[in-house]
Design a protein around this ligand. Structure first.
Ligand code: PCA
Length: 224
């Protein structure tokens, strides 16, 4: 067997995971979700291949770009990341709702007020990621975490809903879900009134652990 073919056969059992994060928005120069996603490109996930995708904070393009990548890659899981301002913890989201209602315009100037994401679509989609196991794993690592019951009504909820809709209607073999992360400390330093934040390394570690749990990876250094 040729080397290239051998490699292909060996990789056939590897799991594929797609990780997305958003560009900065709302006057910020960084987005902690993007920082965490980029940090993951240097991490090895045994038995898995990670693909990352940076998304624009654009009502239409974010879902389109992710859907296109999903159809091509057909990954085992897609984990979508975003910033949730004013949260104290890493929050795996339980549900996406069929509502677009933006407090501020997106980076392309769209600001829908109470519109459905998919006309006639289901009211909501539940995450199919192991959100409870992820949350428990983070808490065990002493990282503040909790399941959230609302992803809001801005871009993150729209991406989550739009992607779950594609997975459901096109019967893709992909588990999907969204995880919100808080500000990093350096973003919160000069903000009034006070806003909660976590250390960059904590957010990075949380995302790494969430991927591990989703893929069923146990690392020796995490034990105990
Ligand atoms: N957070 C926003 C959109 C982009 C991001 O990182 C949200 O929570 O909807």
């Amino acid at each position: 067997m040729g080397e290239a073919l051998k490699e292909k056969v060996m990789n056939a059992t590897e799991k594929k995971i797609l990780l997305t994060a958003f560009e900065p928005f709302g006057g910020e120069t960084v987005n902690p979700s993007l920082e965490a996603m980029l940090a993951m490109t240097g991490v090895e996930f045994p038995g898995a291949v990670l693909t990352v995708l940076e998304l624009p904070v654009d009502r239409f393009r974010a879902v389109e770009m992710t859907s296109a990548r999903l159809r091509l890659l057909r990954p085992d899981a897609v984990i979508m990341l975003g910033l949730a301002i004013a949260r104290y913890r890493i929050t795996p989201e339980r549900v996406a709702i069929n509502v677009d209602d933006y407090r501020i315009p997106d980076n392309a100037g769209n600001q829908p007020a109470g519109e459905p994401i998919i006309e006639g679509g289901p009211v909501g989609y539940l995450s199919t990621l192991p959100i409870r196991a992820i949350t428990e794993r983070l808490l065990k690592a002493r990282i503040p975490a909790a399941i959230s019951n609302t992803a809001g009504t801005y871009l993150c909820n729209r991406l989550f809903y739009g992607v779950m809709h594609v997975i459901a209607t096109e019967q893709l073999p992909t588990l999907g879900g969204f995880i919100h992360v808080p500000y990093m400390h350096e973003q919160a330093l000069n903000k009034y009134p006070d806003v909660p934040s976590l250390a960059r390394e904590t957010i990075v570690e949380a995302v790494r652990l969430a991927i591990d749990v989703t893929l069923g990876i146990e690392r020796r250094k995490d034990a105990g």
